[in-house]
Design a protein. Structure first.
Length: 385
């Protein structure tokens, strides 16, 4: 929505590139929070203060959805964030406490991941924060697109509403699960036309993230399962030692995919791997560095998901993380600042880590080839209905 508001020309070029690659499903952020000086997030934000919405950004979202419609693309529309790159849970909590300082995670000075997570999870039991969030949900779902006059709740370009990006339970798993159910029901009451998903990362290797993939998704208002796969972040793959670690990372990734697919089969719900990626070779942030292992990994993940999809109805799709397009970091491994290009790496991560650029030709060929395979499979499945 930021590009749709502030750089329409680039947005059109990026949509055309994605469309030419055969990419038809985009996971987009439709909410961001925090004043113009708030750090570690995309700027400008949709809500600078609770209930004060930037109409230019909403019109940018209108523009984006209408342009996606022209290209027969579908949107998974994310409405909140456990992590700070759009404001999200922590910003709502901070607002309820007089805009107190948020204990940001690394790379913030002195940042600690667990401290941030325990702060962010306070969102679930904060009545004022929940009211503000529901106001946002209501505003987005009831919005009428200023470009085509279609209400969002009636817009077939929107495939699904997503509660948040990677919400976790941490030390409040039951409270977290109740929030999932209540929020999903609230969305369904406002809009019975669209799917609803959690945005779950899955049963990650962390034993303390407070998620339970089966129980989190075992609810009628959650229409399909989502999970994410981060072999590098979780310490399974070390780009400084690829020959020693890549093989083991592949094995563990395979197990992780299979475990989540088995749960989806028990639930009899579709499942989407909606995030995966690794760095450029040697963990380089330079846009011109090699991507040999990234290409190997992308081929492996795409082929694995395609193989499952050919044989099991539950496996329904895959999204890579993330599209950088023509955007570039100010310098390799930069900290994002207002005015810098938006790329695939969010503002709370070093810029250039996981982004796939428009000049990464070898990676783009892999993406395009598998997009064609998935499209062909979808046509075959449609023909057997």
């Amino acid at each position: 929505m930021n590009l749709g508001s502030n750089n329409k020309e680039r947005l059109l070029r990026e949509l055309d590139r994605l469309n030419q690659l055969g990419i038809k499903n985009l996971r987009i952020m439709a909410a961001s929070e925090g004043d113009i000086d708030a750090p570690w997030r995309m700027q400008p934000s949709l809500q600078k203060e609770p209930g004060e919405y930037d109409e230019d950004l909403l019109m940018g979202l209108d523009f984006l959805l209408n342009e996606m419609k022209k290209r027969n693309m579908l949107a998974v529309v994310c409405l909140n964030n456990f992590w700070p790159w759009s404001g999200g849970f922590a910003q709502y909590v901070a607002w309820t406490n007089g805009d107190e300082n948020i204990p940001f995670p690394p790379p913030a000075d002195g940042g600690d991941w667990r401290t941030y997570q325990e702060y962010s999870v306070r969102f679930y039991q904060n009545e004022k924060a929940q009211k503000w969030f529901k106001d946002l949900i209501r505003k987005i779902i009831h919005r009428k697109n200023t470009v085509n006059n279609v209400e969002y709740r009636n817009d077939p370009t929107i495939m699904a509403w997503q509660l948040a990006n990677e919400p976790e339970g941490i030390d409040k798993p039951e409270v977290y699960r109740n929030w999932i159910y209540e929020t999903a029901d609230f969305i369904k009451e406002l809009d019975s036309n669209h799917l609803v998903s959690i945005g779950s990362e899955g049963n990650t290797p962390s034993p303390k993230n407070g998620t339970d993939f089966f129980n989190d998704h075992n609810y009628s208002s959650i229409d399909y399962c989502t999970f994410h796969l981060w072999v590098q972040n979780w310490g399974w793959y070390n780009p400084k030692k690829p020959e020693e670690t890549y093989g083991n990372a592949i094995l563990r990734a395979s197990q992780y995919i299979n475990e989540h697919l088995e749960i989806a089969r028990k639930l009899n719900k579709p499942i989407v791997l909606e995030e995966f990626g690794i760095s450029r070779d040697d963990n380089s942030y330079d846009v011109s560095s090699e991507v040999v292992y990234r290409n190997k990994y992308f081929k492996f993940i795409f082929q694995s998901i395609l193989n499952y999809a050919q044989n099991l109805k539950q496996m329904s799709g895959v999204n890579f993380w993330a599209w950088g397009g023509e955007g570039r970091p100010r310098v390799p491994k930069a900290i994002w600042k207002t005015g810098d290009d938006f790329i695939g790496d969010p503002p709370h991560e070093y810029q250039g880590w996981y982004s796939v650029y428009d000049k990464d030709i070898s990676t783009l060929i892999i993406i395009q080839n598998f997009a064609e395979d998935f499209t062909s499979l979808n046509s075959e499945l449609e023909g057997t209905k």
